[in-house]
Write a protein that binds this ligand. Structure first.
Ligand code: CS2
Length: 490
């Protein structure tokens, strides 16, 4: 007999050992709308909120999916319930999360979503829409006014598709109704994510109308640093979780024990007591963001491109190769850490903890997954660190290998000649650049670095940057990734 579907009704019967919500879900009211209800949100913020609802049931979450209805399709029959399965070497620990009350599909239920966002009970709109969801230019962080969704939303402001368009239309409705704005809380991996969200949303609002733009100036956009590794769920994971909890969960979320959330304490419309459930509330998040983006994500992207090219499917496998470990250890210690200003934080201990997290054998985190959307990720993960070091006349050898491996990866041809499924908003453009360049490292470098939306106008002109990246590219084409990594790791 197949197990019953996880739902409010079957919750009482899940297997012993599965943690379940410790509050009465029927008393929980929505206080947060979350845009981009993907795996990351469900492993991170939704868990913090789940921890505080027993004390304060006014902060339930309504999630919206902006691009695909698949999360809604999975969670609706489950009354919003789903499992997070925390994995380490000792096993998989399941917990059912109840903080998501409902999921709406922004494409087919746009009016419902906007009406809810205009409701005074909603005091926070949080976002995990990924880098590309901001419709910005990665190099400058400015709204990309030629972006197809932005063009659409400016022409149809009351029927928006993009995150900036939805936020501004909801704010416009609040303004019209005399309701105070909600706080916009970005939980994406962007540098100064609050400031970036503010820049984009206020720009979009002022392009719609100057008065609306001026009103939006009063909206609070706290920055946050978010951290939890969340590999994509596989069918094997679904089967394992269903077995473990004794109920069928169509979309459990697999994650690691570690979690961190640093939040700028600026919520004029109120906020839950996040500090009581493990979040750090601070005045300035930026140093934490730099630390995380440059150390964790910079290493991740470097391992993703060079690891994929070297034939490694998972990050834990990459970490089984001593040359790669040496490379990321050196990248963090020699090149990233000296650029960080983190008084009171033991960066060496942070690095060692990261290396342990990357090694987690139970976390099947694919290099291909992290390799996605490189054009949106490179600036904050590697290029900022490179700029700081070049300015100070310091070496960038390992960071440049990260960039070179990305360039080699986006050619779309693996070392064994097979195709690489390159996922990136600029994939077509990069494919054309690579086709023109063939296997000439100089031409490939020139073509890709010419994408000023990624590299800005300074790096294409920088001779030291060029020399370091092209030298690595030559070796990557000649000798392959494993040998190149070993040579650079020293
Ligand atoms: C990863 C991140 O996919 C990626 O690009 O580097 O999602 C990473 O796992 C998280 O930022 C960890 O907090």
């Amino acid at each position: 007999m197949s197990p019953v579907r996880l739902s409010q009704n079957s919750l009482a019967n899940v297997a012993r050992g599965t943690a379940v919500p410790d509050y009465d879900r029927s008393l929980v009211k929505p206080g947060i709308v979350h845009l981009g209800i993907g795996a990351f949100h469900r492993a991170h913020m939704a868990v913090y909120v789940d921890d505080l609802l027993a004390k304060d049931p006014s902060w339930g979450i309504v999630g919206a999916s902006l691009r695909r209805p698949d999360t809604k399709d999975a969670l609706e029959p489950q009354d919003g319930l789903y499992t997070i399965a925390v994995r380490d070497a000792a096993g998989t620990h399941p917990r059912v999360i109840g903080s998501i009350l409902k999921v709406v599909d922004a494409n087919t239920e746009r009016e419902d979503l906007l009406a809810l966002m205009a409701d005074p009970a909603i005091r926070i709109v949080s976002l995990t829409v990924t880098e590309k969801g901001y419709c910005y230019e990665p190099a400058t962080g400015e709204l990309d006014q030629r972006h197809a969704d932005i063009v659409h939303d400016l022409a149809n402001p009351t029927a928006p598709k993009s995150a900036p368009g939805i936020l501004v239309e909801a704010l416009a409705r609040r303004k019209a109704a005399g309701v105070a704005p909600f706080t916009v809380m970005s939980c994406d991996n962007l540098p100064s994510n609050g400031e970036t969200a503010r820049r984009i949303v206020t720009k979009f609002a002022s392009l719609r109308d100057a008065e609306l733009g001026a009103w939006v100036e009063q909206v609070a956009f706290p920055s946050t640093m978010v951290d939890r590794i969340v590999p994509a769920t596989t069918d094997a994971d679904r089967a394992e979780v269903t077995e473990l909890i004794g109920a069928e969960d169509a979309w459990p979320i697999m994650t690691e024990p570690f979690t961190q959330w640093v939040i700028e304490d600026h919520f004029p419309s109120g906020r839950p007591a996040f500090e009581n459930v493990g979040a750090q509330l601070v005045q300035d998040v930026e140093p934490f963001e730099h630390m995380k983006l440059r150390m964790l994500n910079g290493s991740h992207s470097t391992m993703a491109y060079s690891g994929y090219l070297g034939g490694y499917e998972y990050i834990a496998e990459v970490m089984g190769d001593p040359a790669y470990v040496k490379l990321v250890h050196g990248l963090m210690t020699e090149e990233a850490m000296p650029t960080l200003d983190m008084a009171g934080v033991d960066l060496g201990a942070y690095r060692d903890q990261l290396l342990d997290r990357f090694r987690n054998p139970a976390l099947k985190h694919r290099t291909w997954q992290i390799a996605m959307d490189g054009s949106q990720k490179l600036p904050q993960r590697l290029l900022g660190t490179i700029r700081d070091r070049l300015k100070a006349g310091q070496s960038i050898d390992r960071l440049a290998l990260g960039v070179a491996a990305w360039m080699r990866y986006v050619t779309g041809v693996a070392e064994d000649g097979s195709d690489i499924d390159v996922r990136d908003p600029h994939a077509l453009k990069m494919h054309a650049i690579a086709a023109d360049a063939g296997d000439d490292p100089d031409a490939l470098f020139d073509g890709l670095v010419g994408m000023t939306e990624v590299f800005g106008t300074d790096l294409p002109e920088n001779a030291a940057f060029r020399a370091a990246v092209v030298a690595h590219l030559e070796r990557l084409f000649d000798k392959g990734a494993r040998e190149t990594v070993a040579a650079v790791a020293g």
